[in-house]
Design a binder for this molecule. Structure first.
Ligand code: BYC
Length: 316
């Protein structure tokens, strides 16, 4: 049998040569642990992320908007499922992952702890939140773990429709009445900074970035991704005729990108510690969904349970 030293070498060579690590391959414990942490938090984000938009399904302003929003939210549920499956290939079962979310042990994206107060917020979520998620997830398509990478490729295809449906909501509002445009501006004012926080702490304060980059789990740092998002989003805001709520935002000719102001990191850490405006509400909603879904889980496993019981009886 190969020695651990040799296995480590094979693993490192695969990383170096961009060969995906697959579930049955040997991998360092810390690589496995780090992946389970990131993928499961990503899965939880998709599922908790359905809540702010879900609140607006019954209030969508037209049948067309309602259909698009429903389809988007169902996609998020699907994304959660791909990601839970990817995390499970690393040896941790779904029930444990879900319990870690419900107990508050596992994180989910900070952005979903902010409320969706108006219909314009649904536009802002699609445009900014899905827009930020795409920037991050395009990079994750090249992640070193096979099931995560393949999941990301599928997810990215759907995310671009999500971003467009949000942007189109805002475009309609911005071409509407003064009041509608003001609603769009207000949504941008509230969602801009929390969207920038989605990329995580600055690389110098990021606990996992250096190791995750070395293992090619992450292919770009938090700060570079954030900058990429800003650079691509500012022209979109200009096209809408909206103002980004950052007085320090300025094009830097030399860098060929935008300079911008300071993120309120105190707010970020407060939100990820569980003290954001909606953390308690979000977890209570997930707990209620889990409790109300108990009969579905029982029904789904009943046949397999019965079959196993019969097998034991026959063998006796
Ligand atoms: N919120 O060392 P760092 C969507 C945590 S949903 C909360 O930089 P890492 C959508 C971080 O987990 C898509 N926590 O971490 C769905 C770590 O804590 P732990 C969401 C955050 O992992 C519905 C600590 O801070 N996308 O698209 O190297 C509707 C130190 O951070 C956040 C993903 O989940 C945050 N914003 O980098 C609409 C992408 N930032 O674990 C849309 C996948 C950091 O040590 N995840 N933390 O307790 C990633 O790419 C990376 O995990 C992150 C953070 C860039 C987020």
């Amino acid at each position: 049998m190969a020695q651990e030293k040799d296995l480590q070498k094979i693993f490192e060579e695969k990383i170096e040569k961009e060969i995906k690590i697959e579930p049955k391959d040997w991998m360092p414990d810390e690589y496995r642990k780090n992946l389970i942490r990131q993928i499961s938090q990503h899965a939880h984000s998709e599922v908790v992320g359905m809540l702010p938009e879900g609140n607006w399904i019954t209030r969508a302003p037209s049948l067309r908007r309602k259909v698009a929003l429903l389809a988007k939210i169902q996609d998020e549920a699907g994304h959660g499922l791909y990601l839970y499956c990817a995390a499970e290939t690393l040896g941790k079962d779904r029930e444990t992952l879900v319990q870690e979310l419900l107990s508050g042990k596992a994180k989910y994206s900070s952005i979903f702890n902010y409320p969706a107060l108006t219909w314009a917020d649904i536009g802002a979520i699609g445009w900014l939140v899905d827009g930020a998620a795409i920037v991050n997830q395009i990079m994750l398509q090249k992640t070193s773990y096979g099931p995560y990478s393949r999941g990301m490729i599928r997810i990215c295809k759907e995310e671009s429709f999500h971003q467009r449906q949000g942007y189109e909501i805002l475009l309609t509002l911005c071409r509407g009445t003064e009041e509608q445009k003001a609603m769009a501006q207000d949504a941008l004012n509230r969602f801009w900074w929390p969207s920038l926080m989605m990329f995580g702490p600055s690389d110098k304060d990021s606990a996992h970035s250096a190791q995750s980059m070395a293992w090619k789990i992450k292919r770009m740092g938090n700060d570079d991704l954030r900058q990429k998002f800003i650079d691509q989003t500012v022209p979109q805001a200009n096209f809408l005729g909206l103002t980004i709520p950052d007085p320090e935002l300025k094009w830097n000719e030399e860098k060929q990108s935008y300079d911008w102001g300071q993120i309120d990191w105190e707010e970020f850490y407060n939100v990820i510690k569980g003290n954001g405006p909606c953390n308690k509400e979000r977890l209570a909603a997930r707990q209620a969904a889990y409790d109300n879904g108990a009969w579905v889980r029982e029904a789904a496993t009943a046949y397999a349970k019965k079959k196993a019981e019969r097998k034991t009886k026959d063998a006796a």
